[in-house]
Design a protein around this ligand. Sequence first.
Ligand SMILES: NC(=O)c1ccc[n+]([C@@H]2O[C@H](COP(=O)([O-])OP(=O)(O)OC[C@H]3O[C@@H](n4cnc5c(N)ncnc54)[C@H](O)[C@@H]3O)[C@@H](O)[C@H]2O)c1
Ligand SMILES: [Zn+2]
Length: 361
Amino acid sequence: VKYVPVPLKTQSYRIDIGPGLLEHSGRRLTAAGFAGKAVVVTNPVVKRRHGPRLRKSLDEAGFNVTWLTVSEGEAFKSLESARRLFEELAGAYIERNTPLLALGGGVVGDLAGFVAATYLRGLPFFQVPTTLLAQVDSSIGGKVAVNLGNMKNMVGAFYQPQGVIADIDTLKTLPPPVFTAGLAEVVKCAFIGDDKFLVYLEDNLEKIRNRDGGALEETVFYTARIKAEIVVQDEKETGVRALLNFGHTIGHAVEAASDFAISHGEAVAMGMMAAGRLSHRLGYLREAELVRLADLIRRAGLPTAIPPLNRERLIEALRHDKKRRAKTLRFVLLNSLGKGFVSEEVTPALIGAILEDSRAP
Ligand SMILES: NC(=O)c1ccc[n+]([C@@H]2O[C@H](COP(=O)([O-])OP(=O)(O)OC[C@H]3O[C@@H](n4cnc5c(N)ncnc54)[C@H](O)[C@@H]3O)[C@@H](O)[C@H]2O)c1
Ligand SMILES: [Zn+2]
């Protein structure tokens, strides 16, 4: 088991990473000073696969657990779901000191976190992430939200958990595309923040993709540590946290321009490749580094070329990126592999040129 500390001003907590942690979560809650009631928010798929291990552990530690489920899928990360959960919490007489656990991927984590942040002005909250993306990305940093119709994450808060319990055994039941999507965020963190981890990934990608336990633990640990270090420097996303958007400016535009036929992970992979090309074009990344970047994305099972979508639509989507500031595009580039930085020198025209040569042949 490995630990990543997240020493924030508002709240310090720890990310636990390892196998068999669901079996220990009851004791983890007891050690944190909780007893009596607890709430678990999950979805039916995760509940069936991993609920029994958590249930047993919470039962053995003497908790009286209220289980709440939300249907699977991004569409249920909504105010309607939140409202139903509020009513169910009220119906179960849940009080302010009752811990709420989010057992699931980013959808469950964001929704349950939003509910925990607002119900009775805040319940103690624990993230129990069960996807690779949730373990390395969405469970860390305290961003919680629901969507407003098709506008993603429009209503939310910064609300830090009291702990993150990342049981890597849960990753073994992930459908391959869901696992691969998480790998996009893993390689992203290596590109922006850690050249040693990049070498580790290059050496161990096959093991990771085969879900070798040791390799998964190492990978989640390194990635979570990179994200946590960035979040600690910039809790409310006013500065360096923007680095985590590497590949996401173009990625979001690709997602939108494909009407979400292209998944987030694939779109981010394409966006990272394009951002790598921009970094090369502007004289930062060397040719050999660009080749390494492309190789790693491909070996992760992710695409590098943007399919021939309507170019105008893509550029239009870029103009509407919500992270855009005034006239200049804030854009994350790489100085070298393992070193991201925020640039103000990227123009829409330059992106247009890069998108032209990022298309599939
Ligand atoms: N809060 C943040 O900082 C942050 C960061 C990145 C992404 N997000 C959000 O995260 C969400 C995406 O998260 P995600 O990629 O985890 O998607 P997800 O939560 O939809 O999970 C993907 C799929 O995997 C299933 N699943 C989950 N765990 C499983 C397991 N162990 N075994 C088998 N199936 C399992 C789910 O039921 C779902 O169908 C988006 O809503 C996004 O906005 C938030
Ligand atoms: Zn992402």
